[in-house]
Design a protein around this ligand. Structure first.
Ligand SMILES: [Zn+2]
Length: 222
């Protein structure tokens, strides 16, 4: 299964830093509670990620610990065009203004833990920072995984949510959220690795650099 995330430079998740920081969520430096799913509850964090109608819900949306993906590549690309349907075309890394991230999951790699909810384990690969043209940078040799650097063989973790399936039984309570999840073929990925600081609470707000995701580059025509 492949999931796609289209996003432009300057987005709050800082996609342009993918080659050193991995894929960051908006929770990065949000200043909010490090465990929003405990503070607000899973259902509120998920439904407000998809749709908000008031300032409190908007705040949860703005600090979400989820990254949105779509199972449909064209839908993910339409997010690069945005609400005004800006035109764009493939670009070089050097002049990229937007990114399409593709996450690839082999059969059996996802473990189902609930309706529409899965866990995923993966090894990071910071070798890409010195060997993969899409990731190489002047600081590439210095970029390390802050967990595996100390804990060899660690398997990273993430939670995947098929938003449409997850909300299927809740359609009457969350009709707009369900519709949006259905239209967008939306999947949410939540990084679930512990903080390095032992006193830290919650999860690190990044998907680490790893072989299961890749990047394509786009620039705008208008
Ligand atoms: Zn690692």
């Amino acid at each position: 299964m492949e999931l796609y995330r289209g996003v432009n430079s300057g987005n709050k998740t800082l996609p342009e830093r993918y080659y050193s920081d991995g894929l960051l969520t908006k929770q990065h430096n949000s200043g909010d509670d490090p465990e929003p799913h405990k503070k607000y509850g899973w259902l509120a964090t998920i439904t407000n990620h998809i749709h908000f109608t008031n300032p409190q819900e908007r705040f949860i949306y703005d600090t979400t610990q989820f990254l949105s993906f779509s199972s449909n590549r064209d839908i993910a690309l339409s997010f690069i065009g945005g609400a005004t349907n800006r035109r764009f075309e493939p670009a070089m890394r050097s002049n990229a203004e937007a990114f399409l991230f593709t996450a690839n999951f082999a059969d059996g790699q996802l473990e189902k833990v609930g309706k529409g909810v899965y866990t995923f384990s993966y090894s990071c690969n910071y070798g890409r920072c010195t060997s993969d043209a899409a990731f190489v940078s002047p600081i590439g040799g210095l970029v390390r995984c802050n967990i595996c650097n100390h804990l060899k063989g660690y398997l990273h973790k993430a939670v995947l949510i098929n938003a449409e399936q997850f909300l299927f039984d809740l359609q009457s309570d969350y009709p707009e959220e369900y519709q949006k999840a259905l239209w967008d073929k939306e999947w949410l990925i939540m990084p679930a690795d512990p903080m390095v600081d032992l006193s830290g609470k919650g999860f690190q707000s990044r998907l680490f650099i790893a072989d299961f995701w890749s990047v394509e580059f786009f620039k705008y025509l208008n």
